[in-house]
Design a protein around this ligand. Structure first.
Ligand code: SAM
Ligand code: SF4
Length: 339
């Protein structure tokens, strides 16, 4: 029976029930807004949690701390060999959490069926352009067709609704918002635009270069979007209805915008994060981490680990303060934190 006193509650009364687990900091793409062309100094293998260690920490989160949703991410989670086995192990936990995956889609064509069979519930595939040449410029790899095949395979495997994550960049792909939405509507995918955040390894993010939620919505004017009556809850995306379209389940089609910078949702945040080397982060933008791997490898029992996780949550700040002059970009880039 779960001990309620160990819920992941912070000083502002927010309760973390959504766990993001980064399985690797490595990736087979080099998206310009994420990492440099030459890649990064990857985490040494012995610092990375083993599959069993990942599953143990997720189990502690679920059984002792009230975690209800588990999302695997990275880096690129599909390149982690033990992914299917870890999903299967998490799916056997009680109470069973919802299991999600965020991926660039490369290799998904081959893996979608086994991921679904292992217990994966839903998937987000990142796609920033419909143009293969732009994809090559943006990701520095010629893999556009792989992603499209991955999307189709995910839908066929029943990982629905398949969601697409898109980051728009000024002068790069900002003109593609309507075409990307038409594509998503045609195939029954749910599209969500994400404002670019100061989490790139190169530290080149520029507030004035960012395409804002307001600009994204202005670009979608031809669709006459309508406000969505369904409450946003703790979800980061604000959603709009797209009149005249239905999704794969016959529900009114929706499009989402995640205005992390200009429309922050920190007050409703229910996230906690685990890096591939076993550090708990209470926020994407946190500058401090708590080392659960050291406890784990030092022989701590489940309850000691749960209490350290709980203590790490207490220090969560009220908001990310990106607009504050004292804002400091975290030392780890998005690819090493887990997006
Ligand atoms: N490699 C996987 C992928 O691309 O989906 C998972 C990890 S990636 C870091 C997770 C998400 O973060 C992707 O949708 C990606 O577009 C997004 N992302 C990466 N860097 C970002 C940034 N600086 N601002 C906003 N979103 C970013
Ligand atoms: Fe890799 Fe995802 Fe970063 Fe692109 S956004 S480089 S796919 S981790």
């Amino acid at each position: 029976m779960r001990d309620q006193r160990l819920a992941l509650t912070d000083r502002f009364g927010r309760v973390a029930t959504d766990l993001r687990v980064s399985l690797t900091d490595r990736c087979n793409l080099r998206c310009t807004y994420c990492m440099p062309a030459e890649g990064l100094a990857w985490m040494p293998r012995d610092e990375q949690l083993t599959d069993d260690e990942v599953v143990r920490l997720v189990r502690i989160g679920v059984e002792l701390l009230g975690i209800k949703d588990v999302r695997f991410t990275g880096g690129e989670p599909l390149i982690r060999r033990g992914l299917v086995g870890m999903i299967a192990a998490v799916a056997r936990l009680s109470p069973r959490p919802q299991i999600m995956l965020t991926t660039n889609g490369i290799g998904l064509e081959r893996l979608a069926g086994s991921l679904r069979d292992a217990g994966l519930d839903r998937i987000n595939v990142s796609l920033d352009t419909l143009d293969p040449a732009r994809f090559l410029a943006l990701t520095r790899r010629d893999r556009h067709a792989d992603v499209l095949r991955g999307l189709r395979a995910a839908a066929k495997a029943g990982l629905t609704p398949v969601k697409i994550n898109t980051v728009l960049m000024r002068g790069v792909n900002e003109d593609e918002a309507p075409a990307l939405l038409r594509f998503a509507l045609e195939y029954g995918y749910q599209l969500r635009f994400i404002e670019q955040m100061p989490l790139d390894a190169q530290h080149q993010w520029d507030r004035h270069e960012m395409v804002t939620a307001q600009e994204i919505l202005a670009g979608l004017a031809p669709f006459s979007l309508q406000p969505d009556s369904v409450s946003r809850g703790t979800a980061p995306a604000e959603t709009w209805l797209v009149p005249g379209y239905v999704d794969a389940a016959g529900e009114p089609a929706r499009v989402g915008v995640i205005g992390s910078v200009t429309r922050p949702f920190c007050g409703d945040c229910d996230r906690t994060r685990l890096t591939a080397d076993g550090q708990v982060r209470n926020c994407l933008f946190a500058t401090e981490e708590s080392d659960l791997r050291k406890l784990l490898r030092g022989g701590a029992d489940d309850r000691e680990i749960a209490m350290a996780w709980q203590a790490a949550t207490l220090g969560k700040r009220a908001g990310h303060d990106i607009d504050d002059p004292t804002f400091l970009q975290p030392a780890r880039p998005m690819s090493a934190i887990g997006g």
